[in-house]
Design a protein around this ligand. Structure first.
Ligand SMILES: *[C@@H]1O[C@H](CO)[C@@H](O)[C@H](O)[C@H]1NC(C)=O
Length: 301
């Protein structure tokens, strides 16, 4: 190689090295991280709207309209008939979700609020699928504390498994810090919801003959089926082999054989929240599908 060409090659290598160092040392978030960080916005919007409407009868458009970024208002969301304690807790969760949306959007551009179907019928459809037959009268998540808490059992847990699943795929410390922070609060919310339900696990969900505990078991079985990647969801009562250290049937928190949280991929989450078992077929709570690079990859429309 001629000396000039050799020097040029060395210089080019130096430039590449410099570029990589600057990128790694700064707070620049790699593109793969960006995609993984924006994906949970789909769930955070759902949670924010469902908790805010359920507790206060108004959503992001009343509380932080800028965060909706012009996305359509949710369909069918309304105030639930809640006792003061549950209303207070759900109000706190609603405001926490506002913070979560803001935290994600501070780090990645994200997308506007997707169209959400939060109607009683959308939840009723999930419950019918969990039972394998239509309930009569149809399940109404907004009717009372226990129905609302059962409907909430559907939500933060799916977010939690998504954060557990995303964490090992992240490169940047900035991304990991965000996901750990989100995971902490989502698991706390899940624990609170599960504890409130656990206290009443043996009560019947009026007017049905099924107990609260049985409802959770059926919902978790449905999610395992839709997610289509094995056992990652457990109700409030489990066969003893699935309990902590295979010693106990009570299951206030869902976890694997080492009592670690289960993780799910974005694809598994889409299959569940679309209610179709297929990341390419939107539906359920997301009539037009999710937004962001990962969800849109599967949408042809
Ligand atoms: C909302 O979900 C219910 C139940 O699946 C469905 O009947 C209704 O058409 C949905 N609304 C929209 C606008 O997608």
């Amino acid at each position: 190689m001629a000396p000039v060409a050799a020097a040029a090659a060395v210089f080019t290598k130096f430039l590449i090295f410099l570029f990589i160092s600057i990128t790694v040392n700064s707070t620049v978030i790699p593109i793969t991280d960006m995609n993984l960080l924006e994906f949970p916005l789909n769930l955070e919007y759902f949670e924010a709207e469902y908790f805010l409407f359920g507790s206060m009868g108004k959503g992001l458009d009343a509380i932080q309209p800028a965060l909706a970024a012009g996305g359509p208002p949710p369909i069918g969301a309304k105030q639930a008939n809640l006792s003061p304690l549950v209303k207070d807790i759900i109000t706190q969760f609603g405001y926490q979700e506002v913070g979560h949306i803001r935290a994600i959007k501070k780090r990645v551009p994200g997308f506007p609020r997707p169209l959400l179907n939060l109607s009683a019928e959308a939840f009723g459809t999930v419950i019918n699928a969990a039972f394998g037959m239509p309930l009569s009268p149809p399940f109404d998540p907004y009717a009372n504390d226990i129905n609302y808490l059962i409907s909430c059992y559907i939500i933060p847990y799916v977010g939690l498994t998504g954060y557990v699943g995303a964490n090992p795929k992240l490169e940047s410390p900035v991304s990991k810090e965000l996901v750990a922070g989100l995971l902490g609060v989502e698991s706390g919310q899940d624990a609170v919801i599960r504890s409130l339900l656990y206290e009443r696990a043996n009560e019947k969900v009026v007017p049905y003959k099924t107990t609260v505990g049985e409802f959770t078991v059926k919902i978790s079985q449905l999610r395992n089926k839709l997610g289509n990647d094995g056992l990652k969801d457990e109700g409030l009562k489990v066969p003893i082999e699935l309990g902590a250290e295979k010693k106990i049937q009570g299951n206030v928190l869902a976890a694997d054989e080492d009592s670690l949280s289960y993780g799910r991929t974005p694809e598994e989450i889409l299959r569940i929240v679309y209610g179709t078992g297929d990341e390419k077929s939107p539906g359920g709570f997301y009539p037009k599908g999710g937004d962001g690079v990962i969800a849109k990859r599967y949408l042809t429309r």
